[in-house]
Structure formats: C-alpha cells, structure tokens
Ligand binder design. Structure first.
Ligand SMILES: [Zn+2]
Length: 111
C-alpha cells in the first residue's frame, strides 16, 4: 500500500497518509490541524533537507575549491543555505566570520 505525502495549505506541515486504494480513498486530512486543503507532494521534493543534512553535504569545501581569497570564504556556504531558503546558522556564521578575519579552518595552508 503506498504512502503519499501531503502538504497542508493551512499549516504547511506534511502528512504521510496511507492510501489503500487511490480510487476509494477518502479525502486526506491534515494530521496536524485536521485541515482538508491538502496537496499531494512528490516525496522527492517533499523531503525538505534539514539544517544538519546541508551542513553534512556542504560543510566542507569540495576538492578544487580553495580559500585563496578571504572574501570568498564561506560565500559558497551562504549560497547553499540561501538556495534552500534557510538562514545561515550562528555557528556557521561565526566560523565564516573568523575565517574571513584570517583564522582559516583546518590545516593551515601556505598563505
Ligand atoms: Zn494542517
């Protein structure tokens, strides 16, 4: 039996609803506010990345990305967060600021 995810138009939260048969299924009801204005979401895009996921994925620079220009430090991190519509977490922000002031994270390069 498939499980579909719905996003509530009232509270914007996701509900996972087990659908026994798509033809006879009753209208989905929000599990959070009992609203009925639910929109089915594809699980692929329905899964919002958590802050932890993003840090895990983008917390370290990829090979080839260098800190050669202090003004570029953290810029790509900020862009990643922006692309997910999330504010840069305080810890990350502090790290970026410190790096821009010369405290490069990780093993010191030959700067
Ligand atoms: Zn709701």
């Amino acid at each position: 039996m498939p499980i579909y995810e719905y996003r509530c138009e009232d509270c914007a939260k996701l509900s996972s609803i087990l659908v026994r048969s798509p033809k006879t299924a009753p209208a989905p009801i929000c599990q959070h506010c009992s609203g009925t204005r639910l929109k089915k979401v594809m699980s692929k895009v329905g899964r919002l990345k958590t802050q932890g996921d993003v840090v895990q994925e983008y917390g370290t620079p990829r090979p080839g990305e260098s800190y050669s220009d202090p003004r570029q430090i953290g810029t790509w991190v900020e862009r990643r967060f922006e692309s997910y519509g999330m504010p840069v977490p305080d810890e990350t922000r502090k790290m970026i600021d410190a790096a821009r002031e010369g405290e490069l994270p990780g093993p010191a390069g030959d700067l």
